[in-house]
Design a protein around this ligand. Structure first.
Ligand code: HEM
Length: 396
C-alpha cells in the first residue's frame, strides 16, 4: 500500500458531526471519489473511506495500533479492555473468552437457549397490535441472549441495556463532560458487584459462559481484566444485534418482493449479511499510527489517529453495484461490517445464529403479514453506531 509519493493530506472542514449522524453515506460517497484519505478537523482524525485502505489498516496491527490514547474509553470502562490492546496481550485476553464463542458451544448450548428466549419474547407480542420492535423485541432479546453468553443471567434486561448505553456514552465522551463519566462510574460499580456474585456461582458450578471460561481457566487472566472484558462485551453485544435486526426488518418490510422471496426460500442468512453491509451497526474504528507511513501516497505521521470507516468500505463502488440499495440477491462479496484483522468481531457467529437462524424465521412464522406502521417515521441515526431509532410495526 505505501508508495513513494508524499503530498499533504487534504483537509475537509465542511464535514459536521450532525451530518455524519444523520446521513454519513452521502459524505462517504463524495469522499471515496474525491478524497479517500482526508483530515476531518471535527473528528480530529484522518478518515479512510476506501475498502482496500480500511482493510489494510486493520490487518496491520503493528503499524496501526488499537491502543488509541485519545479515546475516553479507558476512563469510561475504568480499565484497558482487550479492544484497545495489541499483539500477544490482546490474543491472550481474547483467547480467554473464546471457549464461549466456539461453534460447538454455539450449536449445543446457545442455540437451544436462544431459541427459548426468542419464543418467550415473541409470544409476549400480540397479533393486531402496533408496537415499536426496538423496545419490545430487538433490545431485550439481544440483552437476554447476552446475559447467557457472558454468564450474568442475574442481570435484568433493563440493567443490561442501561449499562451498555452508559458505557458507550462514556466511551464517546470526547468533550470530557462530567455527567457521562459519573454515570459510567456508577454503572461500573453496579456491574462489579454483580460480577463478583456471578464469579462465585460459576466457580462453584462451571458452565459454558464466557465468565466461567475465564474464571475457571488453568492460567486465568487477572480478575480486573475478566471484568473489563465482560464489560466490553456488554458495550458491544447489545446495540449491534439490535440495530442489525431492525435494519433487516426495515429492508425487508419496505420491499415486499424481497420479503416474499426471503420467506419462501428461507434466505435469512442473505437478509442478515446484506443488512449489516447496507447499514453497518459499528460504522467506524480508530487506530493509532505507530510509525511514519503513507496511504495512497499521502504521508501519515507516527502518533496520528486514523479512523477507518467500515460503513464506507461496505459501500465501496469498487466492490458493490448500487451499494445504497438493500438487495439480498446481490452477488456475494466479503464485507467489512464485522471488521478485519485481530480485532475481527468475536461475536460474529453468535449474531448470525441469534438473528438469521433463530429470531427472524420465528418472527415471520408468528407474524407472516407484519407491516411497517409508519414507514416515514423510521429514522436511521448514528455516526459511531448506526441503526433505526424506532421500528413501529403492526403485527399480523
Ligand atoms: C450484527 C452484530 C455485530 C456487529 C456488526 C459487530 C461488529 C463488530 C466490529 C466491527 C468489531 C471490531 C471493532 C474494531 O475493529 O475496533 C467488533 C468487535 C467485537 N465484537 Fe462485535 N459485532 C456484532 C455483534 C457482537 C456480539 C453479539 C458480541 C457478543 C459479545 C460481540 C462481541 C465483540 C467483541 C468482544 C469485540 C472485540 C474483539 C476484539 O477486540 O478482539 N459482537 N464487533
Amino acid at each position: 500500500m505505501p508508495t513513494t509519493l508524499n503530498r499533504a493530506v487534504p483537509v475537509d472542514d465542511s464535514i459536521q458531526i450532525n451530518d455524519l449522524h444523520s446521513n454519513p453515506y452521502a459524505i462517504y460517497k463524495r469522499l471515496r471519489s474525491e478524497a479517500p484519505v482526508v483530515q476531518v478537523p471535527v473528528l480530529n482524525r484522518i478518515l479512510l473511506t476506501k475498502a482496500a485502505d480500511t482493510k489494510y489498516v486493520k490487518d496491520n496491527w503493528e503499524m496501526f495500533s488499537s491502543d488509541d490514547p485519545f479515546t475516553p474509553m479507558k476512563r469510561a470502562f475504568l480499565a484497558h479492555t482487550l479492544m484497545r490492546k495489541d499483539g500477544e496481550e490482546h490474543a491472550r485476553e481474547r483467547g480467554a473468552m473464546a471457549p464461549a464463542f466456539s461453534p460447538k458451544v454455539i450449536k449445543n448450548c446457545w442455540q437451544p437457549i436462544y431459541t427459548s428466549v426468542a419464543e418467550d419474547y415473541i409470544t409476549r407480542l400480540n397479533r393486531g397490535d402496533t408496537v415499536d420492535l426496538f423496545t419490545e423485541l430487538a433490545a431485550p432479546f439481544a440483552a437476554r441472549c447476552l446475559t447467557h453468553l457472558l454468564g450474568i443471567t442475574e442481570a435484568s434486561d433493563e440493567d443490561m441495556i442501561r449499562w451498555s448505553q452508559t458505557l458507550i456514552d462514556g466511551a464517546g465522551n470526547f468533550a470530557g463532560l462530567p455527567e457521562p463519566f459519573e454515570k459510567s462510574d456508577a454503572a461500573n460499580a453496579e456491574m462489579d458487584r454483580l460480577f463478583a456474585k456471578c464469579a462465585e456461582r460459576v466457580r462453584a458450578s462451571p458452565d459454558a459462559s464466557a465468565l466461567s471460561a475465564m474464571v475457571n481457566a488453568e492460567n486465568p487472566i487477572p480478575m480486573s481484566q475478566i471484568y473489563s472484558n465482560i464489560k466490553i462485551a456488554i458495550g458491544g453485544g447489545i446495540n449491534e444485534p439490535r440495530d442489525a435486526l431492525l435494519t433487516i426488518l426495515y429492508g425487508l418490510l419496505t420491499d415486499p418482493e424481497q420479503l416474499e422471496a426471503c420467506k419462501e426460500g428461507a434466505l435469512w442468512n442473505e437478509a442478515f449479511e446484506e443488512a449489516v453491509r447496507w447499514v453497518a451497526p459499528i460504522q467506524v474504528s480508530s487506530r493509532l499510527v505507530t510509525q511514519d507511513t503513507e496511504i495512497r501516497g499521502l504521508p501519515i505521521s507516527k502518533g496520528t489517529v486514523v479512523m477507518t470507516s467500515q460503513a464506507s468500505a461496505c459501500h465501496d463502488e469498487d466492490i458493490y453495484d448500487a451499494p445504497e440499495r438493500y438487495n439480498i440477491f446481490r452477488a456475494k462479496a466479503p464485507h467489512q461490517a464485522f471488521g478485519n484483522g485481530p480485532h475481527f468481531c468475536q461475536g460474529t457467529h453468535i449474531a448470525r445464529r441469534m438473528l438469521a437462524q433463530i429470531l427472524l424465521p420465528m418472527l415471520f412464522e408468528h407474524f407472516p403479514n407484519m407491516t411497517l406502521a409508519k414507514t416515514e417515521a423510521v429514522k436511521f441515526w448514528g455516526f459511531g453506531f448506526r441503526g433505526p431509532m424506532s421500528l413501529p410495526v403492526t403485527l399480523n
